[in-house]
Write a protein that binds this ligand. Structure first.
Ligand code: ADP
Ligand code: MG
Length: 271
């Protein structure tokens, strides 16, 4: 770029000093757009600032998504509500306003495998990140293993503090594996610390009535549930696995296609 004017070099340097990285990296495009659109000075400033803010917001979301450790990407718009008649769309709409996170309340999603529990958990997590709330996703098994390890190594306090930082903690798939009684006590510590301050979104394949079995300790399970469910929206998804239903639908479609083929081409004569 030997043709770059000295003033552009100075502008880039100033943008870097002011940490306006979009302006620093896209100075020429910005100037071109301003000239082409014949912006007024005010419009030009507004345009540059808005581009800078947009880029910063995109970077913030990207970093927060990485920090959340979602196992995969899902969104609420990608969730087919008609596939789950047991879910109340009004409840989903209300939850998507995220007032429950502001209030430090919880959400629990129960249901059999494949009905979209993790999908919804990630979708709400993503919305929370977009609104600026820090989020961390753990599978229940990984979270409990982490707490047990910290307990064994004598740094439970520090670990609890670290895990408690995000405004929304997602604990996915509680109940798929049974836990020892110590797990319920460790989870109790966590839930107590967040109680009425920071939200937990939990998903599980077993209803609360069976948590005694998951933890092998009815009293400890009841203590966890008492705090968890006190200010909590509980959703129970009934019905078939979305995946299996999807596979079945495709199977039926391909079978229909095979059956209709001979009718469309009678001369082929498929038996
Ligand atoms: P669960 O956590 O209840 O076992 P998942 O959320 O992992 O189920 O869902 C299994 C797969 O099916 C995922 O890929 C998910 O995105 C998809 N899925 C489930 N329910 C729906 C739905 N109602 N609309 C769109 N995709 C869905
Ligand atoms: Mg799941």
């Amino acid at each position: 770029m030997s043709t770059e004017r000295p003033v552009d070099v100075r502008l880039r340097k100033m943008a870097a000093r002011l940490k306006l990285s979009y302006t620093r990296d896209h100075l020429h495009e910005l100037l071109e757009s301003v000239i082409t659109a014949k912006f007024t000075p005010r419009e030009a400033l507004e345009y540059v600032f808005s581009q800078e803010i947009e880029q910063r917001e995109a970077n913030r979301i990207k970093q927060a998504l990485m920090a959340a450790h979602f196992p995969y990407e899902r969104s609420l718009s990608g969730f087919d509500m008609t596939a789950q008649p047991s879910l109340d769309p009004g409840v989903i709409r209300e939850l998507s306003r995220l007032e429950w996170i502001e209030a430090g309340e919880n959400v629990a999603i129960f249901g059999p495998p494949g009905v979209g529990k993790t999908h919804l958990a990630i979708a709400f997590g993503r919305l929370a990140i977009e609104k600026g709330y820090p989020v961390r996703f753990y599978s229940a098994a990984a979270l409990i293993a982490l707490l047990e390890k910290a307990h064994k190594e004598g740094n439970l306090e520090a670990k609890l503090r670290e895990i408690n930082k995000p405004k929304l903690l997602i604990i996915d798939e509680l109940g798929y594996l049974p836990f020892g009684p110590q797990a319920a006590h460790l989870l109790f510590h966590l839930v107590c610390r967040r109680y009425e301050k920071k939200s937990i979104l939990i998903t599980g394949n077993r209803p609360p009535s069976e948590w005694g079995l998951i933890f092998g300790d009815t009293a400890a399970a009841a203590a966890v549930l008492d705090r968890l469910l006190h200010h909590c929206t509980v959703m129970t998804i009934l019905g078939d696995s979305y995946r299996i239903r999807h596979c079945r639908k495709q199977e039926v479609m391909s079978r229909t296609a095979t059956v209709t083929e001979p009718e469309e081409q009678p001369t082929v004569g498929i038996a």
